[in-house]
Ligand binder design. Structure first.
Ligand SMILES: CC/C=C\CC/C=C/CC(=O)SCCNC(=O)CCNC(=O)[C@H](O)C(C)(C)COP(=O)(O)OP(=O)(O)OC[C@H]1O[C@@H](n2cnc3c(N)ncnc32)[C@H](O)[C@@H]1OP(=O)(O)O
Length: 286
């Protein structure tokens, strides 16, 4: 047993009730640095660290879930979700998990993703996504689960580009998108698999602020989170749930069906062929 997530205390007056260092015991020796948790005054920073692109493999998804559970256990009030990999927030789901998979792992992968989404989208904690790089597909989903999105300006793009891979965003990705940018923009962007520049994302409400550099974005993310944390927590959370509860309930009630739909779809010849070609195109680029 090795620790997956280290939770380091660097501040004297935390709201989080942790001792010096909390180590979450998980089941693989190779996972020790996938997510970095840093305690700040009154909140935490959750930084994804799976170079080169923070792809969401099964282990990465589980590491994020465990990190959130750890924060909840420690009565953390809020967190900033960001990346410790320069230029990348997250490249979304790890395509290799879906390409030529075993059924058992594919099921565990999807079920873990469902759990992470339920946890993050329904979180009582306030959250800000500090999007310091590319955020396609699953990366965009993680950001949309937060209460606010601050993006660093530059070449990075954000959006749900699934159709470009010949795959379809599941209904709960779509619901999150619709709740963030509205029906019309979602319908168009989902079909086209649009990836938006920071300024375009700002224009359609996919992100809330665009800052010129990571330092400025970090400062704004912190002040944004503090603004959320100043609101009475229960009132803030219940207000958030007014918007999100229907989508959350829909997945909770249809988890098994969604899992089967995903497994059946992902393992079709057409999808497998498409994913193979996409992986090759990513590799060729290099
Ligand atoms: C069948 C499923 C049905 C339904 C599910 C629907 C839901 C899907 C949600 C998803 O999240 S699907 C994933 C969508 N993600 C993408 O399309 C992103 C693909 N990646 C990129 O566009 C680029 O990598 C980047 C813009 C994120 C970063 O570009 P750059 O900095 O130039 O890095 P590289 O492209 O050179 O990539 C480095 C390295 O990483 C590998 N990689 C990139 N993305 C992924 C990924 N999503 N999964 C697995 N691996 C990925 C890439 O192949 C390179 O590998 P090397 O071995 O060549 O170093």
């Amino acid at each position: 047993m090795m620790s997956l997530v280290t939770f380091t205390r660097n501040n004297a007056l935390p709201l989080l009730r942790t001792s010096i260092t909390v180590r979450i015991q998980l089941n693989s020796a190779s996972l020790s640095s996938l997510v970095r948790l840093e305690e700040k005054q009154g909140y935490a920073v959750v930084a994804m660290h799976k170079p080169p692109v923070n792809s969401l493999s099964l282990e990465m998804i589980q590491a994020l879930s465990e990190s959130l559970s750890e924060l909840e256990k420690n009565k953390c009030k809020g967190f900033i979700l960001t990346s410790a990999c320069p230029g990348i927030f997250s490249a979304g789901l790890d395509i290799r998990e879906m390409y030529q998979p075993t059924e058992e792992r594919l099921k565990e992968f999807w079920s873990s993703l469902q759990t992470l989404w339920l946890q993050l989208y329904g979180s009582k904690m306030a959250s800000v996504a500090l999007i310091n790089g590319h955020a396609p597909a699953g990366g965009c989903l993680l950001a949309m689960c937060c209460d606010s999105r601050i993006m660093v300006n530059g070449k990075s793009k954000i959006g749900l580009n699934e159709t470009k891979l010949g795959i379809v965003a599941p209904f709960w990705f779509k619901d999150t998108f619709v709740n963030t940018i509205g029906v019309r923009q979602s319908e168009r962007a989902l079909q086209l698999g649009s990836l938006f520049t920071p300024d375009e994302a700002l224009k359609i409400g996919l992100v809330d602020r665009v800052l010129p550099d990571p330092e400025a974005a970090t400062a704004v993310a912190e002040s944004e989170l503090k603004e959320f944390l100043q609101i009475p927590a229960m009132a803030r959370y219940l207000s958030k749930m007014r918007i999100r509860e229907a989508a959350l309930k829909d997945l909770l009630e249809n988890r098994e069906k969604d899992l089967n739909t995903f497994v059946n779809f992902a393992t079709t010849d057409a999808v497998q062929k498409g994913l193979g070609i996409y992986l090759q195109s990513l590799a060729k680029k290099n």
